[in-house]
Ligand binder design. Structure first.
Ligand code: ARG
Ligand code: ZN
Length: 880
């Protein structure tokens, strides 16, 4: 626990490590009441350091007992080292030596889920970012890379499976019913990639032949009850392995690749070398228990962790300021993969939605930070949407600027040049520059400057000259610690449409022949004017196609233009975006209105067109039918009044549902077809359309809708449809049908934690059922578990993040509730506690009635004694 004020760590203070570790020899003795860890480090002075350090300093955290320290085989006297709990200092070490350390730790009491801990009876680890120091004293920083040999000893009956990184090289029996397995990882790696698993698990096997003809053993380890839920992850893994060979030329390097599912896990998953560990909810799936969304998320996370083997493990980060080096690049790789496996347009829409709703919010709040931060207090607070999602967009823009071929040359050069090294984002950009010959010096500002660029677009048409002028101005708003920012290098994709919807050639000079109908304009100045020639009439601009940069675009679109783009833009993303902008415009106009303002009939017509036109790409239609979320509307608003936004959106939804009732029923019927369950863009779209239609019908308490929902709920052969029906009922006025369905659902699935999590979330996220009393009731439910992050997220996290009218209730009860839960969690799991604070951090954005109460809630967290460093950082930065 913290005793003094947390320290800030700065990028500018980076020093190379004073000592390196060549080899680590670990031995774990696992017992019910603790674990003894023997560590033998082969160390030497770093030739690149200045050599001034005479003492060796190792990191440690929450280590119960330091049992002994030895140097070159002799146990050290107590005065030869200092045990400072978070640091072991060994005095007067030679240039080369072997350091032995024995620690006793208590995984069974580890509720932080960092380091070695127990989950459903099994031992497992999470070492990124700084969990290895909770296992033993070590130079726990990513630029210290060593070869690991790990021997695990445990009771054979309780822990028949013993896993670590690399290859199993030895195994055997021990006295007292115990056994051991020794693992050796031939690749040097930082300690954050170390992993250990011990448990009573079943193994699912498969294999993969690499491009050079090597046979890789693929193994999944799960609890016996989950064997039926492995196939999808295994298939996803094989697709990812093939894809990485084909698209990036990357082949897997070990002989075994293992995946383990763990119920208690702080994050989604972890790319430990050869032994990826997953949150059960991000890897286990069956048609009956997982929704389409879950299937897709699993495919992308399995791929993400696998891709890290190159972008993260073979080439790793020099320090944690470089986190986006591996995360931004790997998210980009997994997003390309998902696009290739499904619908690229839909994937782009999903990514942009996440970015514009949540990352933009982060980027304009008190925790805003650059993709490469300058400082942090607690690194786990920096596993953010900015590092991951904006970091991905930054890599995507390099891809856009260089083109696919040059980008591939750049990535080849990066992997070749830095294999086995711990490097920086700047090394990545330099490889891209060197391979392509392009100058990315201004582009580097994307890594250095926080904040979402705002682009204001004006246009004029010179009828006489046939010239259309687009003027684009960029401004980057101030963020904590950063003002007066420089213009960034922004790829801005555009097209122009003629009155009949045709794509016009984009001639940058008069008479230009073979001009393309799509161009990437490169913005580098605060303001640019582009001229397009030989135009007979004023075109309709299609701006920032495919969301070519993570920026906000302001342009005075008329509703006619938006409706025109909705039906004519050849860029699928912008078709969708036009629909979103139209809906935002219509909803925003109604916010705070007393109910007299008429709802624009154009919106109804546009949605009717979408519902009935079967010639359109149904995957895109399914996305276009989703109204902008409350979270997005709030993000766009200044001083948002959340209940008023909620009311306005509900009014539009009800209006559309009533006006389109027959079209919705027709859409529902058309998309209800018998057939085998598959997760293809077409069938996902069909289920999405059917369930959207159902949700809308129940929103207006349509009787026919109700009976369709009840029968779909009872008969569905997959979780997407069952959950679609349940969600529709939960959000309807049919209380009895809702309660019956919720009860039946729980009875059927109560033994399955992944399904129970969904059952919690559908209630805590609903503004119909999920007021605070409901949330408290769910927290009293026997299935709720304070030690399980997924349960906390699905009840408390979903309430604060999705049930916005309840969270922002006028009396501030939602805020006080959240603060109370954060204070409670702070001691047991600070990482999760710090994440839960997030909805309160934006108190300045809201109208004072709300903002003041949010601030008071933050202060009540700040004043808790013994506050963790994690929560301290978020709360203090938010109140600063
Ligand atoms: N590297 C992991 C991933 O993105 C995330 C690990 C995060 N762990 C943490 N303690 N914050 O796949
Ligand atoms: Zn990652």
């Amino acid at each position: 626990m913290r005793t003094s004020q947390p320290q800030t760590i700065y990028l500018k203070d980076y020093r190379v490590p004073a000592f390196l570790v060549d080899h680590v020899d670990l031995r774990f003795e696992l017992f019910e009441d603790g674990a003894r860890v023997y560590s033998l480090l082969s160390m030497r002075r770093n030739p690149d350091s200045d050599g001034s350090d005479t003492s060796l300093e190792l990191d440690g955290d929450s280590l119960t007992t330091l049992e002994s320290v030895s140097l070159d085989g002799s146990e050290l006297a107590k005065d030869a080292y200092e045990d400072r709990t978070d640091r072991l200092v060994v005095h007067d070490v030679p240039d080369q030596f072997e350091l032995g350390v024995v620690t006793w730790i208590e995984p069974q009491n580890n509720t932080r889920l960092e380091g070695l801990y127990k989950s459903s009876g099994m031992f497992c680890t999470q070492c990124e970012a700084e969990g290895f120091r909770c296992i033993t004293y070590f130079p726990d920083r990513p630029d210290v890379m060593a070869r690991f040999r790990t021997r695990i000893e445990a009771d054979k009956a309780s822990f028949p499976i013993l896993l670590s990184n690399g290859n199993d090289v030895e195994k055997g029996e021990l006295d007292g019913g115990r056994h051991f397995v020794t693992w050796e990882d031939p690749f040097p790696k930082p300690s954050y990639l170390f992993a250990l698993v011990a448990g009573d698990l079943v193994e699912q096997r498969d294999s993969f032949e690499t491009m050079s003809g090597r046979e890789i053993d693929l193994r999944m380890y799960v609890e016996p009850r989950n064997v039926e839920k492995c196939a999808h992850a295994m298939d996803s893994l094989k697709r990812a392995m093939r894809w990485d060979e084909e698209v990036y030329g990357r082949e897997y390097d070990l002989d075994i690749f293992m995946i383990v599912a763990v119920d208690d896990f702080n994050m989604g998953a972890m790319e430990n070398k050869g032994l990826n560990i997953f949150n059960s909810s991000c890897v286990l799936a069956s048609q009956e228990t997982a929704t389409d969304q879950a299937f897709q998320r699993i495919e992308s996370i399995v791929a993400h962790e696998y891709f890290h083997n190159w972008s993260g493990n073979r080439v790793t980060c020099r320090d944690w300021f470089q986190l986006s080096l591996k995360e931004g690049f790997t998210v980009f790789r997994d997003s390309q993969f998902s696009a290739d496996m499904g619908s690229p347009t839909v994937k782009r829409i999903e990514d942009a939605t996440m970015l514009r709703t949540a990352q933009f919010a982060e980027d304009s709040g008190p925790m805003a930070h650059p993709v490469r931060p300058e400082s942090y207090m607690e690194i786990t607070n920096f596993y953010t949407l900015t590092i991951y999602e904006k970091g991905c967009e930054v890599v995507r823009m390099i891809h856009t600027l260089l083109g696919a071929d040059m980008f591939r040359k750049g990535s080849d050069l990066y992997f070749e040049r830095h294999d086995g090294q711990a490097v920086t984002t700047d090394d990545f950009v330099r490889a891209m520059e060197d391979a392509s010959g392009r100058d990315l010096s201004q582009f580097r500002l994307w890594y250095e400057q926080a904040g979402t660029p705002e682009l204001t677009v004006r246009d004029e048409f010179d009828q006489g000259a046939g010239i259309y002028r687009l003027t684009i101005e960029q401004v980057i708003p101030d963020t904590p610690g950063q003002t007066n920012k420089k213009p960034q290098h922004i790829p801005f994709a555009v097209g122009l449409l003629g009155a009949g919807g045709e794509s016009l050639p984009l001639k940058l000079s008069a008479g230009e022949t073979d001009a393309p109908t799509d161009r990437i304009l490169e913005l580098t100045e605060a303001s640019h004017t582009f001229e397009f020639h030989d135009l007979a009439e004023r075109p309709v601009p299609s701006l920032l196609r495919d969301f070519s940069a993570p920026v906000r675009v302001y342009y005075p679109w008329t509703r006619e233009q938006l409706m025109f783009l909705m039906s004519h833009d050849p860029d699928g993303f912008n078709r969708w975006d036009a629909g979103q902008r139209l809906a935002v415009d219509v909803i925003s106009e109604l916010v705070g209105d007393t109910g007299n303002e008429a709802i624009d009939g154009g919106l109804t017509d546009a949605y009717r067109g979408l519902l009935s036109d079967v010639s359109l790409d149904q995957a895109l239609v399914a996305k276009m039918l989703q109204l902008p979320s409350e979270a997005y509307l709030i993000e766009l608003a200044e001083k948002p009044n959340v209940p008023a936004i909620h009311q306005a959106r509900e009014r539009v939804l009800k209006h559309l549902a009533a006006a389109l009732r027959d079209d919705l029923l027709a859409c529902y019927r058309r998309n209800t077809v018998e057939g085998r369950y598959e997760v293809t863009p077409e069938s996902v779209a069909r289920r999405s359309l059917r369930n959207t239609a159902l949700a809308w019908l129940l929103h207006i308490d349509d009787e026919e809708g109700r009976s369709l929902a009840v029968s779909q709920f009872e008969r569905a052969d997959n979780m997407t449809d069952r959950m679609g029906a349940l969600r529709a009922l939960v959000n309807s006025g049919y209380e009895q049908a809702r309660d019956e369905a919720l009860g039946a659902f729980y009875e059927r699935w109560k033994a399955d934690p992944q399904v129970v999590e969904q059952w919690f979330a559908v209630q805590s996220g609903s503004s119909r059922t999920g007021g605070l009393p409901k949330i408290r009731e769910l927290m009293e439910h026997p299935a709720f578990d304070w030690k399980n992050p997924n349960k906390i997220r699905s009840v408390i996290g979903v309430f604060a993040g999705q049930n916005l009218p309840a969270f922002h209730a006028e009396d501030g009860a939602g805020y006080r509730f959240l603060a109370e839960q954060v204070r409670r969690l702070d001691d047991s799991n600070p990482q999760i506690a710090a994440r839960l604070v997030s909805p309160l951090t934006r108190w300045r954005k809201f109208a004072p009635v709300h903002g003041e109460q949010m601030k008071t809630a933050l202060e009540s967290i700040r004043d808790k004694s013994g506050l963790s460093r994690d929560v301290y950082e978020v709360v203090h930065k938010s109140l600063a």
